[in-house]
Design a protein around this ligand. Sequence first.
Ligand code: NAD
Length: 523
Amino acid sequence: MASNLEVAPRKLISVNPATGETLRELDCASEPEIRAAVARARSAQPKWRELGIRRRVAVVKELARVLCEKKTDLAQLISREVGKPYAEALTTEVIVVLDSARFYIDNAYRLLETQPVSHGSLAMKQKSGSIVREPVGVVAIISPWNYPFATPATETLAALIAGNAVIVKPSEFTPLIMLEFADLLDRAGVPDHIFQVLVGDGSTGAALINAEIDKLIFTGSVATGKRIGQMAGARLLPVVLELGGKDPLLVFEDAAIDVASSAAVWGAFVNAGQACLSVERCYVHRSIHDAFLAAVVNKTERLRIGDGMNPEVDMGPMIHQRQLEIVEQHVEEAKQRGARVVTGGTRVPERGPNFYAPTVLANVTQEMRIMREETFGPVLPIMAFDTEEEAIRLANDSEFGLGASIFTRDRARGERLARRIASGTVLINDVVCGFGISEAPHGGVKSSGIGRTHGSFGLEEMVNIKYIASDRLPGMKKLWWFPYATAFPRQIEGLLDMQFAGSLQRRVEGALRSVGCLFGKRL
Ligand code: NAD
């Protein structure tokens, strides 16, 4: 029965976390609006698919041009909505999306084109086969606030170029950037309803999952990822889950201390430590531990904290009080269990309510929450190790497995150790930047998630793989169809010997037996 009650839309407010300034108030999408958006996407998608890869690539080329033109406005908006330095909004968000566009422009045709299959099995030799990659249909992208442009926009590019319609539900803390992106896609020539943004919170995301979408690309926390995995499992919705991390940095005795300490400081404090690939724990060879710690502390104390729109700032605020309180709890617990705060460890109220000082902890142990749970804030705990074995054991002693870094001047050693770390990415002599490498697959093992985004593997997530086989002898029935002749099993045995028997003699015998039986089979 129709209701005449009008339910007021839920509101959300986008706030600059550095200043507290309200940027905009928006309505959350209602369930009927979500269903209508999915229906519009579904009816618009076939035309986009029929456009073909080359014409979709042309649209992405135009998007890259428009985005490059608007880079300053967009990076400023990112800086205001998340608080990160403007320079970081350019280097870790805008460049990442432009480079992702470059990758798909250069490679989409090759990666999506039909692939011939040659058949090795004797019984299938007469078939000509191919693998066809077809868009899945309507792809929903639910994303977090920490990289509100790079994360959903790179996923969107992959989905669009593969021929899908896309609906993004950005984080409730950073809705404005995707609305701007929608405008850019519109200017680039993406047809109506092929890209839509649904503003809202977790319940908006849940309603989107329950609408008739064909695939979900989710990026966010492990807790939400598990809930979403259950919802998706209940209706067999295919999902990619890009979840949290507790990335280790291993610094070996042969590393350049100056380089490794700069990497540790940037890796731990970029975006105020609110990156899924942040350096969250650092293990240093005991022989260089003290020198490394001193270098890290020196560099940390020189970081300038403030509003990201100020060009003289290195580190901005945390996104909100809840995230800041998690950081405080982890640091407090570590202190109570014997950790030493070498620098930082406090809020910076003179900058604003969401600022926390970049913090370095020593004397930490593996049991502390700061070494086990995702802190997602500007804290770098440093611990000494004695042997390679111990370093690898400590790195792998985690429920997470997103990224890891190794610093050593011996690249062969780095590559050997990288293979022993359980994670989706290992960087040798670098930190964090895997997400910005468009060729690199991004994703994790263990609680860090399922599936991959970015690069060729990210594109594969946006298509259904279809195998098509066409028989070259359409006038001939197959040997293995009914009715089974009495001699048929012996013929198959002969065929198996012919292909797999250990000696040449048995293979020849098998072939003869099989041919002999052929005449006993009713065709
Ligand atoms: P979150 O899990 O709280 O929220 C992520 C998104 O999910 C938001 O858009 C939110 O509205 C939505 N959501 C919440 N509950 C939902 C539900 N029940 N159904 C559907 N959608 C729901 O995460 P966050 O605090 O926004 O982001 C921080 C987390 O994201 C960290 O754990 C970080 O490591 C992770 N992250 C991972 C990657 C990666 O690529 N692996 C990248 C960035 C961030």
